[in-house]
Design a protein around this ligand. Structure first.
Ligand SMILES: *Cc1c(COP(=O)(O)O)cnc(C)c1O
Length: 385
């Protein structure tokens, strides 16, 4: 393929072709290169790769594909989403201040707290829908604003463009964890964010068989720092995991759009059900951030949270009655999953803080997969009953 072709491609085309065909033997799928070291024609003059931790052809293909999908120049793949987060936090200096969304992935919160204790980072957590509060939170030492949108598990939507503008005006970088939306539904870099982080474990790989992560950016200074930490910390993915993730990417646009449409229909049915108190889904008009969601996202996504009547007992009974939805942590795969945030994914958040975030004992989170809408609804309906 000629360089530059990909600039004009649609996301569906990029998903299939952005890894760029291997040029030597014409393999149509990316070869899995297991070699940990690469011959050098002259001492200290490698051809392209030298050592498997520093770089690998299969990983380079994945990094290129991820960068293209997010509309970024640089992609970096990691051994997990948490490793990607850790690498970004490792670029901070002692005394730096970080602003973070109040509703971030539990493991991200854990790493931020760790940075606070061990790297002397200052941390402010906020509901980032309150722009006034965000403006006030910025200090001279603010280096980074970090958020997810939609958030987990209450699916609040934050304004990527405005928050990125605010950060840039104050000399800080903005990092968006785009795991829930994927580049198919929203592209933060195009909206002005400095970098995107992914747990590729979720939608990007999409088949519940790889743990992985990534960072994508257009900022060459940040890229150079991350390239250094990627090699120095060494939390890199295996070539086989890179291959599987590349394979997942080929169908990402089809999977996320299909799941999102099914989720939208299910959310509307759940909202009308007498045993459901409240449904959190950005595609519903009843959602507090609906207007921003339809403006910022191509589709509202495939995650739904619902508040059942009857609290903890009702949530437990519901989850244990599901037959098609698997009771498990994680999300974003071909199979539908259900979980109980208060006792599973968000159990590490102290009780009062959970209450404040709306993570009540009756809250259930659904990740809608690729099964038929009819079968999924039949399962939800019998479990509600
Ligand atoms: C799962 C997840 C992570 C962490 O990724 P791992 O691959 O599990 O390390 C980070 N952010 C979000 C939004 C996630 O869902």
């Amino acid at each position: 393929m000629a360089a530059g072709d990909s600039d004009s491609w649609d996301l569906d085309t990029l998903a299939v072709h952005a890894d760029c065909r291997e040029p030597f033997i014409g393999a149509v799928t990316e070869p899995i290169v297991l070699s940990t070291t690469f011959a050098q024609p002259e001492p200290g003059k490698p051809i392209r790769f030298e050592y498997g931790r520093s770089g690998n052809p299969t990983r380079a293909a994945l990094e290129q594909a991820l960068a293209a999908l997010e509309g970024g120049r640089f992609g970096l793949a990691f051994a997990s989403g948490s490793a990607a987060t850790l690498n970004v936090l490792a670029t901070l200096s002692p005394g730096d201040h970080v602003i973070c969304g109040d509703d971030v992935y539990g493991g991200t919160f854990r790493l931020l707290e760790h940075a606070k204790r061990t790297q002397n980072i200052e941390l402010t957590r906020l509901d980032l829908r309150d722009m006034q509060a965000v403006s006030v939170a910025f200090q001279d030492r603010t280096r980074l604003i970090w958020f997810e949108t939609p958030t987990n598990p209450t699916l609040k939507v934050f304004d990527i463009r405005r928050l990125s503008e605010l950060a840039a005006a104050r000399g800080a970088i903005s990092v968006v964890d785009n795991t829930f939306a994927t580049p198919i539904l929203q592209r933060p870099l195009v909206l002005g964010a400095t970098a995107v982080v992914h747990s590729t474990t979720k939608y990007i790989n999409g088949h519940s068989d790889v743990v992985g992560g990534a960072v994508i950016t257009n900022d060459s200074e940040l890229y150079e720092k991350l390239k250094w930490t990627q090699n120095a910390l060494g939390a890199v993915p295996s070539p086989f995991d890179c291959y599987l993730t590349l394979r997942g990417i080929k169908t990402l646009p089809l999977r996320i759009r299909h799941s999102s449409r099914t989720a939208h229909e299910l959310a509307a049915l759940l909202e009308a059900h007498p045993k459901v108190d409240r449904v959190f889904y950005p595609g519903l008009a009843s959602h507090s951030d609906h207007a921003l969601a339809i403006q910022q996202m191509a589709l509202p996504g495939a995650m739904i949270s619902l508040q059942l009547q009857g609290g903890l007992d009702a949530a437990r009974a519901f989850l244990m009655s599901l037959r098609l939805f698997t009771l498990a942590e994680s999300l974003g795969a071909v199979e539908s999953l259900a979980e109980h945030p208060a006792s599973m994914t968000h159990a590490s958040i102290p009780g009062p803080e959970r209450q404040r975030l709306g993570i009540t004992d009756g809250l259930v989170r659904l990740s809608v997969g690729l099964e038929s809408q009819r079968d999924l609804w039949a399962d939800l309906e019998q479990a509600l009953h």
